[in-house]
Design a protein around this ligand. Structure first.
Ligand code: NAP
Length: 250
């Protein structure tokens, strides 16, 4: 089996940590995202990495991007659906456009990529799909209704598809990080600090306090979970939503 991984949102945060961990474990990696300059920059630190500019919400561009990737670097055996962003707003102030944006990137974005990758995985009789969901896919959080709903939907899709492909050598799982030390959280910390007129350090402590371990999760800790789900040894692990959150949820 050819170990070639396609990581969406691979230019930063969890996706980048995952790409690095996969490359260190011997996988060939394609990193995809919308900001080509950033992909180019970070790819230098990932041995043999290929970059693929891609907006996962663009239903027409996704199949073409996967065709290009396979032509250039061979069949994809691991798809990590990690691309995402957060919209935080009270429910009554969350617009229809914001709902669309969350469902587009977290649910349909993953669906487009899976539809593009699945036929070849089936033909090869081996495949791994790992969806980076969130603890927000397992429980609710205030002022994040669209994000929470989208991540719940992503986990639902994960469980249903896992059953459909169970006899094909493919597994489909979700990883559910708590608050992770990445750009998404840095910008949430900055906004909270401004709103509460407090220091960045104090705002950051508010997020860390949600985790029973009293800290933010490291991107590398999420990457380690992906690596395990991608392994041959995890072949019997299918349709799970694995929290990586220090005990915040179980
Ligand atoms: P991040 O550093 O902001 O990474 C998000 C990545 O997704 C960026 O590289 C971004 O690159 C890419 N992206 C966004 N929209 C995209 C689109 N439409 N098409 C392709 N790429 C897109 O934040 P992160 O924390 O690592 O987030 C990664 C995933 O983890 C997200 O799905 C997030 O919901 C999830 N997560 C994060 C946390 C946390 O606390 N940080 C917790 C639980 C789950 P471009 O802008 O260049 O496209």
């Amino acid at each position: 089996m050819d170990r070639h991984a396609f990581v969406t949102g691979g230019g930063s945060g969890i996706g980048l940590a995952t790409a690095k961990a996969l490359a260190a474990a011997g996988w060939r990696v394609t990193i995809a995202g919308r900001t080509e300059a950033r992909l180019r920059d970070v790819a230098k630190a990932i041995p043999g990495a290929r970059i693929q500019p891609l907006d996962v919400t663009d239903a027409e561009a996704v199949p073409e991007a996967f065709r290009e990737t396979v032509a250039a670097a061979g069949p994809i055996s691991l798809l990590v659906n990690n691309a995402g962003s957060v919209i935080a707003a009270p429910f009554e102030k969350t617009s229809a456009e914001q709902w669309d944006a969350m469902l587009d990137v977290h649910v349909l974005g993953a669906v487009h990529c899976i539809q593009a990758a699945l036929p070849q995985m089936k033909a090869n009789g081996w495949g791994r799909i790992v969806n980076i969901a969130s603890t927000a896919g397992l429980v609710g959080y205030r002022n994040l209704s669209a994000y929470v709903a989208a991540k719940h939907a992503l986990i639902g899709m994960t469980k249903a598809l896992a059953l459909e492909v169970a006899k094909t050598g493919i597994t489909v799982n979700a990883v559910c990080p708590g608050y992770v030390d990445t750009e998404i959280i840095s910008s949430a910390v900055a906004k909270l600090a401004e709103r509460r007129q407090q220091s960045t350090k104090d705002a950051r402590a508010t997020f860390a306090a949600v985790n029973p371990q009293g800290r933010l999760v490291k991107p590398e800790e999420v990457a380690a979970a992906v690596l395990w789900l991608a392994s041959d040894e995890a072949a019997a692990v299918n349709g799970i939503a694995l929290p990586v959150a220090g005990g915040e949820v179980s």
